[in-house]
Design a protein around this ligand. Structure first.
Ligand code: FMN
Length: 443
């Protein structure tokens, strides 16, 4: 089953089952030197965590992130980053009564036909719990993207036909349903409660917008950015469709309406394309919408069959989300982050992407190391020179050219390297005054 890994340059592999000991992710391709703390991952996991709003599953998982590898003293080392989250509120007993039944709306029958064996505890690998690893990976991808001022904002824009008229991501962040519009948030939440109390579930639409995506990401033809995003978003359980920009509405438009006119000096007159043309980012805001089905597990009695195909009935009581939309928002954002980080790193291999402050800091550290190593070597060689000539060394500058000639040589070399003359000569002076084996009177 080689289907648990995605991405090339930023490659994630998720692992774990709903009621096993843990879930998590291994990320390969994270450059060294990126500042990464558990708290950054935790902040994203907290956004996905169930049992906090009364509108989602009451499963009370603390979802504590443990970074097992790839980070040392708060910075990535370039080694694979493994993030583990232990399952502490698993109750496999809740699922005993369904182990010989095919749950309607779930992938039980298909999984059994495919693998012949299944972990029936809470959907096993097919559970939404698997998305913990995705959100952890998304937190790392977001760190990379934040360095380039790329911001990913998701919200619920439709529930059971109630539509948001605005996209207020800041409001959504504090709303229990993650609704994009304060004007309809209460109505949406009421609808979810009402349907849940009837033993049923509802679907809706999640929207993700991405600000700051540079033009040029995405690799035609098979790694178009739209294709990558759609595939990543469709891999989330419960997502039944993905739209980009005007999406399906574009099928009913004229070219004269759909086309976004490029403007003199940059930008476009409109964004019907949702920031993507020919599978390459245009530099406009990315607009993605996900159609989310009503949750499969409902407590209402439904007709089904057992594993031998005999008629049966089922009521899926337990801890379930009456509406998946609010849970899917952070997962969708995470998948978008991973796809963009991957596209960004692939792009960096063919074009020059401006370095981030973290990358620059790392490069300065490397330069300092190289400078100090060279200086130490110079001190050592100078001392050897002193010994070889059997003379005392006047400072580190044991060569006869220690005076004006050496200054001229340094000034010339500085000019060739584009280094300010003053900087070069002040270093020369400091070396001359510095301590070490060659210092006058200390041999
Ligand atoms: C974060 C998250 C939480 C989910 N919670 C539930 C749940 O409580 N009950 C349920 O029946 N499905 C839940 N799902 C959806 C199932 O995983 C999914 O519907 C099921 O595997 C069938 O896949 P499909 O709907 O993509 O065809 C959840 C999905 C996600 C992403």
């Amino acid at each position: 089953m080689r289907s648990n890994t995605r991405g090339d340059a930023f490659r994630i592999t998720t692992f774990g089952e709903s009621h096993g000991p843990a879930v998590g992710v291994v990320i390969d391709g994270v450059a060294p030197g990126l500042a990464l703390e558990e708290s950054m991952v935790q902040a994203q996991l907290d956004r996905r965590r169930p049992g906090r709003t009364g509108l989602d599953s009451p499963r009370a998982e603390p979802d504590r992130a443990e970074i097992l590898s790839g980070v040392f003293e708060g910075r990535t080392t370039g080694a694979p980053v493994c993030i583990l989250v232990r399952n502490v509120d698993a109750r496999p007993g809740d699922y005993e009564r369904f182990r010989d039944l095919v749950r309607p709306g779930h992938g039980d029958a298909g999984w059994l036909a495919k693998y012949g064996v299944r972990d029936w505890r809470g959907g096993g690998r097919l559970s939404g719990r698997e998305t913990v690893g995705r959100v952890a990976a998304g937190a790392v991808a977001r760190r990379l993207l934040a360095e380039r001022s790329i911001a990913i904002l998701g919200a619920v824009v439709e529930i059971d036909g109630i539509r948001a008229g605005a996209f207020d991501a800041a409001f959504a962040e504090s709303d229990p349903l993650r609704c994009a519009d304060p004007a309809v948030a209460a109505a949406m939440a009421d609808r979810v409660r009402q349907v849940r109390d009837q033993g049923d579930s509802v679907g809706g639409i999640v929207e993700v917008r991405v600000d700051g995506v540079p033009p040029g990401l995405g690799d035609p033809v098979f790694r178009r950015l739209d294709a990558d995003l759609a595939s990543a978003l469709m891999s989330i359980g419960g997502v039944r469709g993905v739209e980009i920009g005007d999406g399906f509405a574009a099928a009913r438009m004229r070219g004269s309406t759909f086309n976004d006119s490029p403007m003199p000096g940059g930008g476009f007159s409109s964004n019907h394309a949702g920031g993507l043309l020919a599978g390459i980012s245009t530099g406009q805001v990315l607009v993605l919408r996900l159609a989310v089905r009503p949750t499969a597990s409902i407590s209402r009695r439904q007709a089904t069959v057992d594993l031998q195909g005999r008629p049966a009935s089922i009521e899926v009581r337990g801890r379930h989300d009456p509406c998946l939309c609010l849970r899917i928002v952070p997962v969708a954002e995470a998948m978008v982050a991973c796809v963009l980080a991957d596209a960004m790193l692939r792009q960096a291999s063919i074009a020059k992407v401006p370095p981030t402050p973290d990358e620059l800091r790392l490069e300065i550290d490397r330069c300092d190391d190289a400078l100090l190593a060279a200086l130490a070597h110079r001190v050592h060689v100078t001392a050897q020179m002193g010994t070889a000539k059997g003379t005392r060394v006047p400072g580190h500058l044991s060569r006869p050219a220690a005076g004006a000639a050496l200054r001229r040589a340094w000034a010339r070399r500085a000019r060739e390297l584009g280094l300010p003359r003053d900087v070069a000569l002040s270093v020369l002076e400091a070396i001359g005054k510095g301590g070490g084996p060659g210092r006058r009177g200390q041999r």
